[in-house]
Design a protein around this ligand. Structure first.
Ligand SMILES: Cc1ncc(C[n+]2csc(CCOP(=O)(O)OP(=O)(O)O)c2C)c(N)n1
Length: 355
């Protein structure tokens, strides 16, 4: 990690000063950051297990990225908006979405049918990088309306190679859009390492577009919170976009369909295990006497309750009728969609007759 990386908590759990960024956090706030990370990790592990048991079609694990997600989402106000990629489970939880909604999506029961307006958490986006354009457009709209809200667009290191992301950067810069580009550089775009994706550190790209870029230790929840807070303040004050590169690591597979042992060394994974985001906060909490064994046991128990709830609910999900396919194509009923639904019903019925 380079020297210009913002860090407030070392892997050993020691608080360090930074000349530009500071964070005052009460013991209660520190415990709550830990709890959010621990619950997200437990929920995520359940996703992997349920996929292995055949209950989900696919699961993209966030393991290792808890601090980047919890730290950044904690900086948002209720009126702000988050535009996620597909791995932002802790962001979803931080916005108040019932994480069961994410499992419905990866079970194929729906295409992600939560209401983006309810928690200002927009739909998962699998088309790499496209949500940075949605985030930018939304931010431009908010600014036009005179709202004092800001938008965070989440994307990965691999997404920076997409034209959409460069277009979003340029539009946001030119229009001074109140958007924070939050890149989780987890070092891998499936099997493509970050070194092979860019000739310059990702955060420096922002300079060429005319806005600030900052690299933060993405496994440090405190630094991530401080840096995202500052970027959101800039956005709200009309100072335009910021690119945050949260330097982190994808500890698991790209998704449950991937075998990372085919393209990366165990030694690399182990070196990142020593930088674990939860462990370093646990070390701080214990060293400061802000949390004891009972707190960690309670947090673990809460994780088990969550995991049991989603496991039971996932297994009980019914198979949606094919009619559901046509829902939400338009906000209101539409003649063409009605026609297609009717045609599809006839098509389905033809199978029943043949059998
Ligand atoms: C436009 C587009 N191109 C290619 C893909 C296939 N694809 C799925 S995930 C992925 C890698 C994305 O890597 P990154 O942006 O670093 O995010 P991460 O999965 O590491 O969180 C690719 C190329 C896609 N979904 N969309």
């Amino acid at each position: 990690m380079s020297d210009d990386t913002v860090r407030l908590l070392t892997p050993e759990g020691v608080r360090v000063e930074h000349p530009e960024y500071a964070l005052d956090a009460t013991p209660e706030e520190l415990r709550s950051l830990y709890r959010d990370m621990a619950l997200a990790r437990r929920f995520d592990a359940e996703g992997v297990t349920l996929q292995r048991q055949g209950e989900l079609g696919l699961w993209p694990s966030l393991l290792g990225q808890e601090a980047a997600q919890v730290g950044s989402v904690r900086a948002l106000r209720d009126d702000d908006h988050a535009f996620p990629s597909y791995r932002e489970h802790a962001v979803a939880m931080g916005r108040g979405l019932d994480p069961l909604a994410l499992m419905r999506l990866f079970r194929g029961v729906d295409n992600g049918d939560w209401d983006p307006e309810e928690h200002h958490f927009h739909l998962y986006t699998l088309v790499i990088g496209s949500q940075t354009l949605h985030a930018t457009g939304y931010a431009m709209g908010l600014a036009k309306k005179g709202a004092e809200s800001a938008v965070v667009g989440y994307f990965g290191d691999g997404a920076t190679a997409q034209g959409d992301v460069s277009e979003a950067f340029n539009f946001a810069a030119v229009y001074g859009a109140p958007v924070v580009f939050f890149c989780q550089n987890n070092q891998w775009a499936i099997s493509e390492s970050n070194e092979r994706q860019s000739r310059v550190p990702l955060y420096r790209r922002a300079q060429g577009f005319g806005f600030p870029g900052v690299r933060v230790d993405g496994n440090d929840v405190l630094a991530t919170l401080a840096v995202t807070r500052r970027a959101l303040e800039r956005a709200r004050q009309g100072e335009g976009p910021t690119l945050i590169e949260a330097f982190t690591y994808r500890m698991g597979a790209h998704t449950t369909s991937d075998d990372p042992t085919r393209y990366r060394d165990t030694a690399e994974v182990e070196s990142w295990r020593a930088k674990d985001p939860l462990l370093r906060l646990e070390r701080l909490l214990r060293a400061e006497g802000s949390a004891d064994d009972a707190f960690f046991a309670e947090t673990e128990a809460a994780g088990e309750v969550l995991a049991t709830r989603v496991r039971t609910a996932v297994r009980a999900l019914s198979v949606p009728g094919t009619d559901h396919l046509f829902d939400h194509v338009y906000a209101e009923s539409h003649a063409l969609v009605d026609e297609e639904r009717a045609a599809f019903d006839v098509y389905q019925a033809s199978f029943v007759q043949e059998v």
